[in-house]
Design a protein around this ligand. Structure first.
Ligand code: PLP
Length: 371
């Protein structure tokens, strides 16, 4: 018997992921590439994507939180891993235990890391975080000199990298990104001024990789682009990537609905003529956002059909009018079928959000299948 899998699944095209990685690598050469795998690798599945990145000899992996790094180590991933989010002092011994690179975002944190490393008789691997305009974490560019001086003095810290983050590199107006890059470069002058070999310098995310080659520096940090999705509609598509993730389900129920009989919670849709409808086992509990109700469409047999009524936690109803469809037939929520496709950009528009949020919200109860 085949493996029993839920009829709703995410399919990840690993060949396309390889292709996207190579295109990004080629475009950014000679810079190193840090594959960003946070939030379950943007829905593509943390572990499998990390294994592939290891096979492809990515230079670095980037995650957001400590737990993601631990999971990768427990799965046998040996590539260097940078945890990019903010952290608390009591987490430092765990970073050291799992050989995870720490983001140091203040002098205080630097001192905490130095002390914890001394206590464990280890050297902590650290990337310094400079805030050049995101105002999230990091030492402000205008206070960075003291921070860099302090980092050089910490005996139990290996400053492997220094980085910043773009706030609007996916915009058609790059004025602010250019200012951020300029601020970062002024901070980096510290190293040449003091004749110190600079650590790995990085600032560029997907938007920067596409639009600001001058910001590649020593390493680039592609996230969404790796998964074949562009960070915005207006970004220049200087690299031709394609989506790696499709989201599919199967019809589990068929019926006719009489005119005047409302569909789903709170009777928000009532047909005025006899329609055929099918039920599909996916809902907002899987990340198929309820806010897409009355807007979303799916593909069945390569044709688009509207989702009717409110999207429920676990099921949706699709209007197929006079067409025929049967139990077990495939339903595409994100992906292509023949000439037609439904993209995660469309879902984002229906839900009033961005593709990032669509991808990272596909719940882990949806099995991931790798092709
Ligand atoms: C998420 C993230 C990235 C990747 O961003 P994309 O826009 O998906 O390329 C890079 N760097 C940091 C610090 C991040 O948090």
């Amino acid at each position: 018997m085949d493996e029993i899998v839920r009829p709703t699944r995410v399919e990840v095209d690993l060949k396309q992921l390889v292709e996207n990685f190579r295109l990004i690598k080629h475009h950014s050469t000679p810079s190193k590439v840090m594959a960003v795998l946070k939030a379950n690798a943007y829905g593509n599945g943390l572990i499998r994507v990390a294994q592939l990145m290891q096979e492809l000899k990515a230079d670095y992996l980037g995650v957001a939180v400590l737990e993601e790094g631990i999971l990768l180590r427990q799965s046998g991933i040996t590539l260097p891993i940078l945890v990019m989010g903010g952290m608390l002092g009591n987490q430092i011994p765990v970073f050291l235990k799992y050989d995870l690179t720490i983001t140091a975002s203040s002098i205080d944190k630097l001192n905490q890391i130095d002390e914890a490393a001394a206590a464990m008789k280890m050297k902590a691997k650290v990337h310094l975080k400079i805030d050049t305009g995101m105002e999230r974490i990091g030492v402000h560019f205008y206070n960075a000199e003291k921070f860099l001086e302090a980092s050089v003095r910490c005996k139990n810290i290996f400053v492997e990298g220094i980085y910043s983050h773009f706030a609007s590199s996916d915009s058609s107006d790059l004025t602010f990104s250019k200012l951020q890059l300029e601020r970062f470069q002024e901070v980096l002058d510290f190293y040449s001024k003091n004749s110190i070999e600079p650590p790995i310098r990085h600032i560029s995310n997907s938007g920067g990789i596409l639009q600001m080659p001058e910001a590649n520096l020593d390493l680039v940090r592609p996230g969404i682009l790796l998964y074949g999705v562009y960070p915005s509609n207006e970004v220049k598509r200087t690299i031709t990537v394609k989506p790696t993730l499709s989201w599919k389900s199967h019809i589990v129920y068929f019926k006719a609905i009489k005119p005047g009989h409302p569909v789903s919670y709170n009777s928000t849709f009532t047909p005025d003529h006899l329609i055929r409808a099918v039920t599909v086992p996916v809902g907002y509990g899987d990340g198929y956002f309820r806010s897409m109700s009355h807007k979303a469409e799916v593909l069945i047999h390569g044709k688009r059909y509207p989702v009717i009524g409110t999207i429920t936690m676990d099921q949706i109803v699709v209007n197929i009018e006079n067409d025929s469809a049967f139990n077990g037939d495939e339903v595409i929520l994100i992906g292509c079928d023949g000439k037609n496709s439904v993209t995660c950009e469309e879902l984002a528009n229906w839900a009033g959000t961005i593709p990032y949020e669509i991808l990272t919200n596909i719940n882990t109860r949806v099995p991931r299948i790798y092709k």
